[in-house]
Ligand binder design. Structure first.
Ligand code: BEZ
Length: 326
């Protein structure tokens, strides 16, 4: 557990005068479908928590936006109406812009490097801000691979993206990136993406390799741009109000077991990402492989904005350098 989380826990402990361990039925929300890696990790956490607490605690997982979108779930966590959530860091970065630094284009060279950055003390230390700023405890990071672009039209250069209605996850760092490219970024939650691409409501989408492959977005496209331009962290959250009422032993157990499940998603993406990319390459949809040069001065423009908004950008770049492969 990180320092601020510990401090928060200690303060809560004093207030609650060492809350005794009580049986709890926790509710954990996600926007991802039941079969998704994040949802499976949440289920695994619930199973392990029930076992480790000899059945005293249980976790009911609510996938697929059953409890609302991520903004709504974050609000529920703040009031204590929801106990836990696994969600994109995107929503958290809308509340705490410092997290925008983790979306620096090409901060990570590849998915394994993204994992090393997320596991660094610098990245995990950023979670210390959450109790005070958002009223939630950030237990740890998971991951959703690196971002790619799927387009209904041919894409040979970044100019081909200019003016395109391009679906993005609703958060500012990605909005600024595509604005800098001259595209028309269109915020849209995950469940709406397939139909929007199929019916031409959007011309292109920003997406990860796993879902491009598994949800068959490539079938709707003329080009898949394999760019790996950004990482896509996930975060495991516990309501600050709920956390304050837990005993110290329960907090330690949840911290350990949820942390393990979250971290396991990083291993899963590191292992499987290259296979998904190969499967996409093997489809009939043309792929183009691009790097940072493809995006011209958009990355510089992004950096100019986010070095003002996030004080962690420089430190994360230092971590990225330290953890890059020789
Ligand atoms: C997305 O918004 O693209 C997304 C959200 C959650 C999991 C994976 C992708």
């Amino acid at each position: 557990m990180n320092t601020v989380t510990k401090t928060f826990a200690r303060a809560a402990l004093v207030l609650s005068i060492a809350a005794p361990a009580m049986a709890e039925e926790f509710r954990l929300g996600l926007i991802t479908p039941p079969s998704h890696i994040w949802t499976q990790a949440a289920e695994d956490f619930g199973t392990e928590l029930a076992e480790a607490s000899d059945g005293a605690h249980s976790v009911t997982v609510f996938p697929a936006r059953q409890l609302g979108n991520e903004a709504e779930m974050l609000q529920q966590l703040q009031t204590g109406a929801l106990d836990m959530a696994f969600m994109t860091l995107a929503e958290v970065s809308n509340r705490v812009p410092d997290f925008g630094a983790l979306y620096a284009p090409y901060l990570a060279d590849d998915v394994a490097h993204a994992g090393r950055i997320l596991r660094s003390d610098t990245a995990t230390g950023m979670l210390d801000q959450l109790p005070a700023k958002v009223g939630v405890v950030g237990v740890g990071y998971g991951m959703g691979g690196l971002r790619q672009i799927v387009s209904r039209g041919e894409v040979d250069s970044a100019e081909d993206l200019a003016g395109l209605k391009l679906r993005i996850t609703p958060f500012d760092p990605i909005l600024d990136f595509y604005n800098a490219l001259g595209a028309a970024p269109t915020p849209m939650p995950l469940p709406d993406v397939y139909d929007a691409l199929a019916n031409g409501q959007v011309d292109a989408i920003d997406m990860d390799a796993e879902l491009i492959w598994k949800l068959k977005y490539y079938e709707l496209a003329d080009t898949v741009v394999l760019s790996n331009h950004m990482m896509f962290p996930m975060v495991g959250l516990v309501s600050g109000r709920v956390w304050a009422e837990l005993s110290e032993d329960d907090r330690a157990l949840i911290d350990e077991l949820m942390g393990k499940s979250l971290d396991g998603t990083i291993d899963t993406y590191v292992e499987a990402e290259s296979e998904w990319l190969d499967q996409i390459r093997a489809t009939d949809t043309p792929t183009v492989e691009v790097g940072a040069d493809f995006f011209g001065d958009a990355i510089e423009k992004w950096t100019a904005i986010w070095s003002e908004k996030s004080s962690s950008l420089e430190d994360l770049r230092a971590v990225a350098q330290e953890t890059a492969e020789e």
